[in-house]
Design a protein around this ligand. Structure first.
Ligand SMILES: Nc1ncnc2c1ncn2[C@@H]1O[C@H](COP(=O)(O)OP(=O)(O)O)[C@@H](O)[C@H]1O
Ligand SMILES: [Mg+2]
Length: 248
């Protein structure tokens, strides 16, 4: 279980996280909803120690991770795969080099074995045979898939997907959703998915939380989300400009 307790994070005057409490059970697909700028990326970067909180605690299977440094932090990060917002592939590297980067830097596997794993992971995301292409030659959906292949290359326990469908057409979004479900089943991973795409949320979530004004204002099953009477949550899931959430 990933347990987040009373997590606070500010950037100068901006109090982004204002006491986040969240339990994420291992093996689940957990979706974190929230408006743009609500702090979703800031929150998930704390899980793998890319952000350090001002106060609060995060435990991963019982161990505090917010105070890890050096080699321990390195070990923590190896348990995670991360699909960055916008895929964040290195343009100067080929697709194959991008997917194999973690393996090359963190293992002593011979090149042929790395190539085999890269091919296998690209196959899993429906992108076989594109090793020698450059990211600039790929469409948005293809880049996300390659980013996914890179995120799972080291067979992590937990994969964080930061806006996996943003900028994709609805058909490609649905395909990415299928892929997330498929990877979770095949690799038995815990998936943490940050999104504001309600279709993908209802498609893949075992459990959903919503971040609003620095706190978790909803935490429940997709069925509970659908039937909630909370006016803020309803406005968000129905995508209305009118309501308690002010448009700014
Ligand atoms: N490194 C940083 N320095 C200053 N402000 C930041 C930093 N990272 C994020 N922020 C601010 O924190 C807020 C939440 O950002 P973010 O987590 O990226 O939102 P989102 O929910 O869209 O992922 C935004 O106002 C953003 O500008
Ligand atoms: Mg973000």
């Amino acid at each position: 279980m990933i347990r987040i307790k009373d997590l606070h994070k500010s950037y100068e005057d901006l109090h982004v996280l204002r006491g986040v409490d969240l339990d994420i059970e291992m093996g689940q697909t957990f979706v974190i909803l929230g408006r743009s700028g609500s702090g979703k990326s800031v929150l998930v970067k704390h899980l793998l120690g890319l952000n350090v909180p001002d106060s609060g605690s995060i435990t991963l299977t019982g161990n505090e991770v917010t105070n890890l440094r050096g080699g321990d932090l390195f070990k923590l990060r190896k348990r995670f795969g991360y699909l960055f917002q916008g895929a964040a592939l290195f343009d100067s590297l080929t697709v194959g080099e991008n997917v194999g980067l973690g393996l090359k830097e963190n293992t002593k596997l011979p090149e042929a074995e790395v190539a085999g794993i890269v091919a296998e992971k690209l196959h899993m995301v429906g992108m076989e045979g594109v090793e020698d292409k450059k990211p600039s030659e790929l469409s948005g959906g293809m880049k996300k898939r390659v980013g996914l292949a890179r995120a799972i290359a080291m067979e992590p326990e937990i994969v964080i997907y930061d806006e996996p469908t943003t900028g994709l057409d609805p058909v490609m979004s649905d395909a990415i959703g299928d892929l997330i479900i498929d990877l979770q089943k095949r690799l038995n991973i815990t998936s943490v998915v940050v999104t504001h795409d309600m279709a993908i949320c209802f498609k893949i979530a075992d459990r959903v939380a919503m971040l609003f004004e620095g706190k978790i204002i909803f935490d429940g099953t997709p069925a509970e989300l659908k039937s909630t009477s909370d006016p803020i949550v309803r406005q968000f899931i129905e995508g209305r400009s009118q309501g308690p959430i002010k448009v700014r």
